[in-house]
Design a binder for this molecule. Structure first.
Ligand code: HEM
Length: 488
């Protein structure tokens, strides 16, 4: 859609009147003051002032592309989701990649998790999987998220990200040790958006036609192979070409080199959850593959660039609460918080009718709600009734929930997530460290030490190091020595 701007003809004002002069504003005589009657000038200046909407509070910097998801294995015994119902079935998708902490104009080649937000335009409505390129996260309760992000973003006084704040929070939040080990390892700075994996990260519920429940975790394994940048390479690239990742994605699609991911899922029967060795709903933990081997599910290919970045990427909205029949949330406390946070952000950032913009609305069905009016409403419901039940026909409720209920027990209150037999905040960080090659451990220690050595207070640095020592004695010892070497 180009609003006629690709054909010759008169330039017009926003209301369609032909423009006589787009170079000179009107004045009271040559050299005199400018006239209020110059509607074109006023309209241009006013429109320009309103070109921005609030950037995302996190994940502001991003790039997106459309694609196709194709089912390659029959998983219909685990979920009744229609878009997963048969091998060969294709569903249109839109994927937005992002960094987390940087503002809209920040550089791509930085050490930060990458957002991997995927919209499936299914015949049962849009299903959004709003994940990252990391299988775990820093914290396990949504109530800590605003504090956590405050430490990643700009300090209220200095206006910069501060090592003191970052390490103070991580040191005081031992559950972050696993994700921090991941982030400062080799995968912390992907070479491009095409050369990294994606993860749904949380545990989600799948339910089949018979109402049986399974807990699942999604993995998107890059078919391009994993490629990363070292800290030194990234430091140079971020300065030389801040748009490196966005450009690479667009150009590869323009060349017809469509990036793809093999989609896998780990599946846990509902009955296993209570006795599994780790709390299966704890976002700071993975399910080791020997416990639940990932099985192949499909292929995701990105094959079309957006035409207009503002309309399709900046205004795109993804929400973990966009489920379709057969898929639902788990009791993961982070996910539960996210079920609220995103819709709220969209209403603030894009507006109450954000769901109806072309990139956001369902493509394989239509929204038939009684939500009406509001800012920028386009009148799509015409004269139809705006309430339900009514006696005039129109859409009605189905009587079948999208997902199955979960059993709960106990009393209300501020509970921490339950610990299972092998749960503690350091065990999986230690396992990840020991999985790394000697060379990768070296780079991990150097990356961590480079940052921790910038902390101004010894107690904050020491507390941070202590978490890595608890993960693995040698890990902590090497890190402490590296920090001391940099400080002396
Ligand atoms: C309770 C914890 C969290 C809260 C409250 C939260 C909140 C938010 C908010 C408000 C946005 C901006 C949305 C917008 O303006 O459109 C956002 C974006 C995003 N978040 Fe989270 N988030 C949380 C945790 C996570 C986790 C654990 C992941 C990944 C596993 C994640 C992945 C993303 C992604 C990928 C985006 C960008 C979506 C896009 O491309 O538009 N977030 N988050």
């Amino acid at each position: 859609m180009s609003a006629g701007n690709d054909t010759a003809g008169p330039l017009t004002t926003e209301s369609g009147a032909p423009v006589a002069d787009n170079q000179n504003s009107q004045t009271a005589g040559a050299g005199g003051p400018v006239l209020v009657q110059d509607q074109l000038l006023l309209e241009k200046l006013a429109h320009f002032n309103r070109e921005r909407i609030p950037e995302r509070i996190v994940h502001a910097r991003g790039a997106g592309a459309y694609g196709t998801f194709t089912v390659t294995a029959d998983v219909s015994r685990y979920t009744r989701a229609k878009f997963l119902s048969e091998v060969g079935k294709e569903t249109e998708t839109f994927l937005r990649f992002s960094t987390v902490a940087g503002n809209l104009g920040s550089a791509d080649a930085v050490r930060d998790p990458r957002g991997f937000a995927l919209k499936f335009y299914t015949e049962d409505g849009n299903y959004d999987l709003v994940g990252n390129n990391t299988p775990v996260f820093f914290i396990k309760d949504a109530i800590k998220f605003p504090d956590f992000i405050h430490t990643q973003k700009r300090d209220p006084y200095t206006g910069s990200q501060e090592a003191d704040n970052v390490w103070d929070f991580w040191g005081l939040s031992p559950e972050s040790t696993h994700q921090v080990t991941w982030l400062f390892g080799d995968r912390g700075i992907p070479a491009t958006l095409r050369h990294m994996n994606g993860y749904g990260s949380h545990t989600f519920q799948w339910t089949n036609e018979a109402g049986e429940v399974f807990w699942v975790k999604y993995h998107f394994k890059t078919d391009q192979g994993i490629k990363n940048l070292t800290q030194d390479e990234a430091d140079v690239l971020a300065g030389q070409d801040p748009d490196s990742h966005q450009r690479d994605l667009r150009e590869s699609i323009e060349r017809g080199e469509y990036p793809s991911w093999t989609v896998q899922v780990q599946i846990m029967p509902a009955a296993d959850a209570a006795t599994y060795r780790f709390n299966p709903f704890d976002l700071t933990k993975v399910w080791p593959h020997e416990d639940y081997p990932p099985i192949e599910l499909g292929k995701l290919e990105l094959n079309r660039n957006p035409e207009n970045i503002f309309a399709e990427v900046e205004q795109s909205i993804f929400s973990p609460h966009h489920f379709v029949p057969g898929i639902g949330p788990s009791p993961d406390k982070m996910l539960q918080g996210r079920l609220f946070a995103y819709g709220d952000a969209h209403r603030y950032r894009v507006g109450i009718n954000a769901d109806h913009l072309p990139v956001n609305r369902p493509h394989a069905t239509e929204a038939r709600s009684h939500g009406r009016d509001g800012l920028m409403y386009d009148g799509r419901h015409g004269r139809t009734k705006n309430y339900e039940p009514n006696s005039f026909g129109g859409p009605t409720e189905t009587g079948r929930a999208l997902w199955e209920p979960t059993e709960v027990s106990g009393v209300t209150g501020d509970h921490s997530a339950p610990s299972h037999a092998e749960d503690n905040d350091h065990v999986q960080a230690g396992n990840l460290y020991r999985l790394m090659s000697e060379a990768e451990q070296e780079r991990l220690i150097a990356n961590l030490a480079g940052f921790i050595s910038q902390v101004s207070r010894e107690d904050i640095a020491q507390r941070a190091i202590e978490n890595f020592r608890k993960a693995d004695e040698e890990y902590g010892k090497r890190l402490e020595a590296a920090v001391q070497a940099l400080r002396s």
